[in-house]
Design a binder for this molecule. Sequence first.
Ligand SMILES: NC(=O)c1ccc[n+]([C@@H]2O[C@H](COP(=O)([O-])OP(=O)(O)OC[C@H]3O[C@@H](n4cnc5c(N)ncnc54)[C@H](OP(=O)(O)O)[C@@H]3O)[C@@H](O)[C@H]2O)c1
Length: 336
Amino acid sequence: MKAWEIQGEGGIDALALTDRPSPEPGPGQVRVRMRANSINRRDLNTVLAPGARGLQFPRIPNSDGAGDVTAVGPGVSSVAVGDRVVGCFFQDWEAGEVSASKMASALGNPIDGTLAEEVVFNERGVVPIPETLDYEQAATLPCAALTAWHALVVKGGLKAGDTVLLLGTGGVSIFALQFCAMTGARAIVTSKSDAKLERARSLGAWATINYVDTPDWATAARELTGGHGVDHVVEVGGAGTLEQSIQAARHAGHVALIGVLTGGTVNPVQLALKSIRLNGIYVGSQAMFRDMNAAIAATAMAPVIDRRFDFADAPSAFRHMQTNDHFGKITITFPG
Ligand SMILES: NC(=O)c1ccc[n+]([C@@H]2O[C@H](COP(=O)([O-])OP(=O)(O)OC[C@H]3O[C@@H](n4cnc5c(N)ncnc54)[C@H](OP(=O)(O)O)[C@@H]3O)[C@@H](O)[C@H]2O)c1
């Protein structure tokens, strides 16, 4: 079977398409014939700087993939050959709180990922594809969607009428926007692009702010809430945006710290003075994934796919993410 490998430094151009033996599922494992992947910023960063992330070579990249079960190992009882499944980012985080050992089961690093024609997962490391979704839509869910769900619904207790500030229009933020629309929450979306903001409004954004034209976007967000401040911030920017996110939040508001798109330094004093609840979020568990999929199926929510690339052309998917021109998710389709 064919697999893309990170074999060393060298970035996207050094990704290698290789032949590997078809993997055999061991006890408690299942083999899945991949039909689609999606890529995340983490996958791109891993390809660009594997050494800095402690990657052991060779390593198959990507955490997100969906396909059909083609074999099950001894003792497997909840998954059968022919099931349509999507892999879980953490192969060993079934439920409860995260731990260091559960984090060590992340696909793409430190264990082999999903950019291969056949992938072996743990039985508890897959969930059924919601019946309303195709393989590509399902492949968008494991990292970006679950992170947004964990942040807003699980940790944030999102409810109708809440105000939510979303930074940019990448994978996590657009799923967060869709969960706001699903729940009846008011999403304020920021972007560098007016065209993307118009698209966000068509998906239900309550208000939009161009963060290039309005560098003090925190004040603009507060003004939209009558000076009160937003209930939640989905913080994907990191150090360069966190102070403004804290400024935009109401007293005792919730900031979900997710991303590291920007650098800088942070003065944390307003966290204390405003009694902000700051939650670090790292994707989510299989149990959260199942709950999210039930909500997606019940509301027929369709993930937003910006562009699809063929498996043979997978490096172009990473190059496309590097442009930051995308809106929502970028997927890779495997040959039928
Ligand atoms: N903790 C976790 O579990 C977890 C899970 C998933 C992702 N992440 C992290 O979260 C971040 C976002 O991931 P993603 O997959 O959504 O990335 P993505 O799809 O690549 O989104 C990137 C987008 O973020 C926006 N952006 C960039 N700089 C910005 C800034 N200074 N202010 C506001 N928006 C900015 C841009 O949107 P516009 O073009 O609209 O301006 C850009 O297109 C990354 O750092 C990623 O590693 C963490």
